[in-house]
Design a protein around this ligand. Structure first.
Ligand code: HEM
Ligand code: SF4
Length: 569
């Protein structure tokens, strides 16, 4: 079957909020898949050993995990069209075990793929304008963005246009294909941090300068993993037209001086810690000043040509939309509860964005079944202009829902278990695959997350506790951000047994970004669940009016929390 044949038939209108492929893009992917198909063939017939094959598979997002090969698919700037989501459903249903796992860096992982089927999967993915390039290896990874891009009222510019430019610039950039280590970039079109800007190799926020012109505030050297480090501002007034030149300067200095012989010291965060941000900035500025800026300039023509390639949302004024929504909320308490937790304001007065929680009690956080993907693709077409976004906390967003249609959408979502009203609450847990799938894990993480979710499944209790986030990681690589969650759980290996360390007080966002502190000695799985129950009860007893968990923690400090967990042990 020619997987591309239906594209020209069905792709009559442009997908909104994202770049639409042209013939050159399809040709590039076809060529790339053919190369990988032949590399896989050589691996399968024994011409290549697993070690020899490794660099090829890593260039194509294929990991070797505990049970099988795993495929990581990039979702550029977290935006999916309904066609793409149906494509992912197809892969989940026919090539995996009926589900996929959304990550915190706007990727989706398929954990049970068969190597011999990977070329067909990639061909199918290409037909829906998706690929796996640069989702692993020491290169610039999938560029992530604000899940409320093009929706948020405080947005200064649409970050997805810049994210797309960075995607095109970084894909197979000859100078940056073999960096000392992986490199992650995120961008938001607002100065209010919704991307956890301090915890990327490069994080970009958008501000207005004194002349009311947009400028980029560039953060560098943040990251999690074994050594969590908060990024620092390297430049706060970069004119957007110089974005590529400045990024190139930053990465060039890293490429030159980053460590290549010690895996644990090879991220840019370590280089910047060692050199100091002022020294690093000086080197970057020198490099930048020496560049031919015209060659890199994002001229109006370039910006327009990329922008024109993005489908634009057709938003209409809807008479009485807000009143209709208000009436529905008054009439139905469960709906009102869901809107309270799972909605986000839209810049257009008659629209609203809604967060689809992938944190169903009893299910693996971040997992979505093929049937749910198909259903959500249909609903996105009917109610949200065919566009779906992936958040960095393993949920999804429908960005452009008419307020008068939210109630009908909610009823439809319920049928597919996609209307869990827990966004931002204690059961909205971020969780890595851990020892159930991951070859690097020390301990299981999914089981702990599920136990915590079931302990707090009563929605009234969750509401009483208020906003609180938990991240559960199976090892120190910190895929689920445990370092910067209010409560972080980390799997450790003690003489071959699974144990867990608790961190408290982490916070992800710019102004108050904090790396959590270790509470005490590692505990067994049962002890961790009991400890979390005690910590929450203690917080509920101690909190003052309007305090969230993190506020009470910051006011009291770690010691009383430590005592509550360890005193009676
Ligand atoms: C199961 C396969 C996975 C493997 C083998 C894997 C491997 C790793 C490794 C080795 C690191 C540490 C990199 C370093 O410190 O230099 C890392 C970091 C990370 N991974 Fe994963 N990961 C996997 C799945 C995931 C999933 C499912 C998520 C999201 C839920 C995720 C999100 C992240 C994030 C956010 C980081 C931190 C990046 C930073 O330090 O800036 N990964 N991963
Ligand atoms: S945190 Fe560790 S165990 Fe969990 S997915 Fe990442 S590498 Fe694997």
């Amino acid at each position: 079957m020619n997987h591309f044949s239906h594209i020209s038939d069905s792709n009559t209108s442009k997908a909104i909020g994202r770049y639409n492929y042209n013939d050159v893009d399809f040709e590039f992917l076809t060529e790339r898949i053919n190369q990988f198909r032949s590399q896989i063939k050589r691996r399968l017939n024994g011409e290549l050993t697993e070690d020899e094959f490794k660099p090829f598979r890593l260039m194509n997002g294929v990991y070797l995990q505990l049970n099988s090969y795993m495929l990581r698919v990039a979702i550029p700037y977290g935006t999916l069209s309904s066609k793409m989501l149906r494509g992912l459903a197809y892969i989940a249903r026919y090539y995996d075990r009926g589900y996929g796992h959304f990550t915190t860096r706007q990727n989706i992982q398929f954990h049970w793929t068969k190597l011999e089927e990977v070329p067909d999967i990639l061909t199918y993915l290409a037909s829906v304008e998706l690929h796996t390039i640069q989702t692993s290896g020491n290169c610039i990874r999938n560029i992530t963005s604000d899940e409320f891009a093009g929706v948020a009222q405080d947005e200064i510019l649409d970050p997805r246009i810049y994210a797309e430019i960075m995607r095109q610039w970084s894909t197979l950039h000859p100078e940056f294909s073999f960096l000392p280590r992986k490199f992650k970039i995120a961008i938001s079109g607002s100065s209010n941090d919704r991307i956890a800007v301090c915890f990327y190799d490069i994080g970009i926020l958008t501000c207005l300068n004194k002349q009311n012109k947009p400028v980029f505030e560039i953060w560098v050297g943040g990251g999690l993993g074994r050594i969590p480090i908060k990024g620092k501002i390297i430049r706060n007034d970069l004119p957007p037209e110089h974005l590529l030149a400045y990024l190139e300067a930053i990465i060039r200095v890293y490429n030159l001086h980053g460590s290549r012989n010690n895996l644990y010291k090879s991220r840019i965060k370590i280089l910047i810690e060692n050199l100091g941000i002022d020294n690093y900035r000086e080197q970057v500025e020198k490099e930048f000043q020496a560049m031919d800026l015209d060659q890199y300039r994002l001229s109006n023509d370039i910006m327009t040509s990329i922008q024109e390639n993005f489908g634009q949302p057709n938003l209409v004024d809807v008479p009485n939309a807000s009143e209709t929504l208000k009436k529905h909320r008054q009439e139905n308490q469960a709906f009102n509860q869901w809107v309270n937790h799972n909605s986000y304001p839209h810049f257009h007065k008659d629209y609203i964005a809604t967060i689809i929680s992938l944190k169903n009690i009893g299910e693996t956080p971040g997992d979505m079944t093929a049937d749910q993907m198909d259903a959500l693709a249909d609903l996105a077409e009917e109610y949200s202009l065919g566009e779906i976004r992936v958040t960095h906390l393993q949920n999804l967003v429908l960005g452009h829902v008419r307020k008068d249609q939210l109630y009908v959408l909610w009823q439809a979502l319920q049928k597919h278990h996609l209307a869990v009203p827990n966004q931002g609450l204690i059961t909205d847990i971020v969780c890595c695959p851990g020892l159930d799938y991951c070859a690097l894990a020390n301990a299981r993480s999914i089981s702990i997350a599920k136990k915590i979710m079931s302990l707090f499944q009563d929605i009234h209790l969750q509401e009483k506790i208020g906003p609180l986030n938990i991240g559960v990681d199976g090892c120190i690589n910190s895929c689920a951000h445990h370092h910067i969650m209010n409560i972080g759980v980390l799997g450790v290996n003690k003489k071959g047994e699974e144990f867990y360390q608790i961190k408290l007080g982490g916070f992800s966002y710019k102004n108050n970004a904090t790396i959590g502190s270790i509470l005490g000695a590692a505990l067994t799985m049962e002890e961790v669940i009991e400890a979390i129950r005690k910590l929450i009860n203690f917080y509920l007893e101690q909190r003052q009016k309007n305090e969230y968990f993190i506020d009470t923690f910051n006011r009291l400090g770690i010691n009383p929390f430590k005592e509550i967990v360890y005193a009676s042990a």
